[in-house]
Design a binder for this molecule. Structure first.
Ligand SMILES: [Zn+2]
Ligand SMILES: [Zn+2]
Length: 397
């Protein structure tokens, strides 16, 4: 599809751009506007709409298209409504204007992660309804808050609620990542986020002296150990063409804190790391490794976890998967709400239908071509009837 002038823009693209303009940006997302948007869309599409407040101010909106056979488990289409912050000065266009350039690229925070997917679900359902289809299985679309900061006030709470169990989800889809090639990637598992802060304490004093046992020296040792591990994992990935990013453990040093003045040796310094632990890692041994790096650095070096996911799950994609999808399966390098869905026993895949698209999630100038977006609607329009027509499974009874 070629790009068109605004007067002849595809209505699905127009709706997408409207949603992109809602400022659901962390750390203060306008969730109220997003919920109102989905309520209005539900009204237009003739879908059931339920709002579940999982924590004060944190609403999960559930849009439902009932199936013809209520004994069957349902299809859950999940998407998060929040987006990560921007460095506005690095953007070519206002990230909340949803500017479309002459080639058809739509620039906006959330264009890839994952406001595209939310609207693609809705537009696929709209088309199928307009064409008069009904399917045996119920389709639920959940629009959840808080994913980008860990999902603790979103999906983590929702999966524990009676309203979630009442959905009787038998299979779920959530986000994936763009693929620059012709292929689409489907994620059957994900790495576990471990956010670790290492705090080092030591002798303070005048910064002109060769003070012994300083916080900085010891922190430096831990940083070296962890960055050496990073290099090792990076080399492992580079040297084996069969390994994908999600199959090795990554780590980045993301924060350094401490100190008050150039000439005062601080008594405390800390370093924060974002680990993404591969699903086949022995978690207990890995935690012991982290502890031993701290101990090797000297006295008074401790670590604490800000996130520590301990339940990696794998959704089968081989012949034991009765859903019979054709997939190019990978392990998700990042974390998504699928980890909460899988942890309560619902098989779930990560999929964002964006091929021939550079990976720009969380980046400056995040953008998506309108033709890729519209092809994604086509893909769900073919995928949803297949999913929602899968005959009864042993797990349905
Ligand atoms: Zn996301
Ligand atoms: Zn994200």
């Amino acid at each position: 599809m070629t790009s068109k002038g605004p007067e002849e823009e595809h209505p699905s693209v127009t709706l997408f751009r409207q949603y992109l303009r809602i400022r659901t940006v962390q750390p203060k997302p306008d969730y109220g506007a997003a919920v109102a948007f989905f309520e209005e869309t539900a009204r237009q599409l003739g879908l059931g709409c339920q709002k579940v407040e999982v924590a004060p101010g944190y609403v999960v909106t559930v849009l439902t298209w009932p199936g013809t056979n209520p004994t069957l488990s349902s299809i859950l289409l999940n998407s998060h409504t929040d987006v990560v912050p921007v460095f506005k000065e690095h953007w070519s266009h206002d990230p909340f204007e949803a500017f479309k350039d002459s080639e058809g690229y739509i620039y906006a925070r959330g264009a890839q992660d994952m406001k595209c997917v939310s609207i693609q679900y809705l537009e696929a359902v709209r088309r199928l309804k307009v064409e008069g289809h009904r399917f045996p299985r119920t389709i639920h679309m959940t629009f959840v808050p808080d994913e980008e900061v860990g999902g603790h006030q979103g999906m983590e709470l929702f999966v524990q609620r009676p309203e979630f169990h009442a959905l009787r989800a038998g299979f779920a889809l959530d986000e994936g990542i763009a693929n620059p090639t012709d292929a689409f990637t489907v994620f059957y598992s994900e790495r576990s986020p471990w956010w670790v802060r290492v705090t080092s304490t030591g002798r303070p004093g005048h910064a002109s002296r060769f003070m012994e046992d300083t916080a900085a020296e010891k922190l430096h040792k831990v940083v070296n150990s962890i960055l050496a591990f990073r290099e090792k994992e990076w080399q492992r990935l580079q040297s084996n063409p069969h390994l994908k990013e999600g199959s090795v453990t990554s780590v980045n040093l993301t924060k350094l804190e401490g100190g008050v003045a150039y000439n005062v040796i601080p008594a405390t310094m800390s370093a924060s790391f974002d680990f993404r632990v591969a699903p086949d890692v022995d978690f207990k041994a890995f935690e012991e490794q982290l502890q031993s790096w701290c101990q090797a650095a000297g006295e008074g070096v401790t670590l604490e976890f800000a996130q520590k996911w301990m339940h990696p799950q794998v959704t089968p994609t081989d012949d034991s998967n009765p859903w019979n999808l054709t997939l190019e399966p990978e392990i998700m390098p990042a974390a998504t709400d699928n980890r909460y869905i899988r942890a309560v026993g619902v098989p779930a895949l990560g999929f964002s239908p964006m091929n021939r698209t550079p990976v720009l999630l969380h980046d400056h100038d995040e953008r998506l071509h309108e033709a890729v977006f519209l092809r994604g609607v086509d893909i769900y329009t073919r995928l949803l009837p297949a999913l929602a027509s899968v005959p009864a499974l042993p797990s349905d009874s």
